[in-house]
Write a protein that binds this ligand. Sequence first.
Ligand code: V4E
Length: 199
Amino acid sequence: MIEVEKKFILSDKEKARLIKNAQFLNWRVFTDIYYDRENFSLTLKDKWLRSREGAFELKLPLQSGTERLADQYEELDDEQKIREALNLSHAESLAADLTTAGYRPICVCKTTRRKYSKEPFTIDVDIVDFQDFTYTLCEIELMVPDKSETESAIQKILNFAKIHRLAITPVRGKVIEYLKRERPNHYHVLVQAGIVKDF
Ligand code: V4E
């Protein structure tokens, strides 16, 4: 399955409209550590490696360029597949091998996520704690079985947002927001490379 998602920064009124009559699914708190090398070799390819509560996941881009209406990434959570994607041979644990290969934390954040369902959409409302600041954002997601259906999924999400009168504006994801504020050199390298759009 492929996850197509669009991020929103909601006003209280927009949030109330979106959540009204939605089914509350669950609530969880998790800590993510994102990794890259000193030369930003991973994020310069729009690849995002994290450990979430200790479990590694790698997001690989399914599209290129910054003019996107929604995000589409393939997510790997199988250790062997992550090793293959990173060209990382097996010597010790994945965490140890990543350190040996030069991967270091670039962002640590603790997210409180409230998940809702308005079929067929999933809505995540995230409050992200970066220690020095917090960032609140919402994601509307649709799962599709095949890449050929991603364009229509984007249109469905945009239509769903329109029905709820949500403003369609560019939104920085949590890691990009952190890099812009706290690691401006890394952020500017990604902007220069066309991975991230500055706004
Ligand atoms: C894909 C991505 C990053 C990794 C974090 O992904 P995100 O969807 O923001 O996190 P989260 O916690 O909601 O993941 P989930 O629980 O849904 O799996 S960091 C940056 N990107 C890509 C990206 C980009 N290239 N440009 C902009 C403006 N935002 C994000």
